[in-house]
Write a protein that binds this ligand. Sequence first.
Ligand code: G3P
Length: 214
Amino acid sequence: MFVLVNLKTYPCDPVAVAEAVRDVDESTDARLAVAPQAAHIERVAETGAETWAQHVDPIEHGSNTGHTLAESVVDAGAVGTLINHSEQRLKLADIDGSVRAAERADLETVVCANNAEQIGAAAALGPDAVAVEPPELIGTGTPVSQADPDIVEDAVEAAANVDSEVSVLCGAGISTGDDVVAAGDLGVEGVLLASGVAKADDPQAALEDLVEPL
Ligand code: G3P
């Protein structure tokens, strides 16, 4: 299972969480990665943790003030990027442009979507993976894998109908190993989570709990 920890803009110490991600990754068969804010990518990548960007823009080098260039996050140490997170929504043409920008820079891609229909559209753009995240469950602690298993199974089917090479993740409310196991039982290859680790008093213990049953 792939466990991708999105730090959003939570006031956690990104380096401390990254060190925990690195250490727990070394102790399990699961693959762990962390997605800090763009400004923290370099410091996080220096820990040796697998580091992802939270977003890249559909742009090239040039006059794009305030944008995030795929090549720059790679220079800072990122190996992958989220695209179209529920908190950073893009139009379809821009999702396509961001996937192409990430490919150009050799970044792995996870395109997020709200439901199975959008997952099908996202999979058609050829990312490495898609992630279904019902917005109403994000940050609630109520796990999508247990609260809305149908949306996860429908997303797995929708992606497979479009492109069987595209992996499917799910996210929202996931914070325990049982949640991750339930997600795996629904057919996903990984989970995307944030508050269960970024807001935990002890992120390392939270990560250990997440991968313990894997
Ligand atoms: O990107 C992961 C995310 O949106 C889920 O957040 O806090 O419900 O794990 P959370």
